[in-house]
Design a binder for this molecule. Sequence first.
Ligand code: NAG
Ligand code: NAG
Length: 133
Amino acid sequence: MAGLRYAGMALLVIAATMAMTEANTIVVGGSENWRFGYNYTDWALKNSPFYINDTLVFKFDAPHNVYLLPNLYSYIKCDFRGAKLLASAPTGAGEGFEVVLNQWRLYYFASSNDKDCSDGLMKFFAMPLPHWQ
Ligand SMILES: *[C@@H]1O[C@H](CO)[C@@H](O)[C@H](O)[C@H]1NC(C)=O
Ligand SMILES: *[C@@H]1O[C@H](CO)[C@@H](O)[C@H](O)[C@H]1NC(C)=O
């Protein structure tokens, strides 16, 4: 048993090392950037999976912004109560705003301005994976 546990630890260390060396930087929306009306759910599906320590870059103009929503319910409802503002304009200008996905958790991203989230499709979620191979 102790041997197995040791092997498990070794695997974790290898996985962590690989994740560190392979972290990617991904511009959210690609050339569309972070804007009203582009389908980010679709974008996230097509650009998945993301890995731990990958960097997401949000490039946007006012009045858009980037919030981290607390849970699936708030994400579905576009309910910003309890949400955390990550970036407002002009942080999205130029090189954009960077978020490192450094935790193994669900990240719910959305823009809060007017109908950005509900009608503008400016929301998606990401669950960064560890590298296992
Ligand atoms: C992510 O980056 C942090 C800081 O550089 C590092 O300590 C951590 O080990 C990395 N995690 C993984 C899974 O690579
Ligand atoms: C956005 O993309 C998702 C995933 O492909 C799809 O299920 C959804 O219907 C799309 N939404 C709109 C409004 O096109």
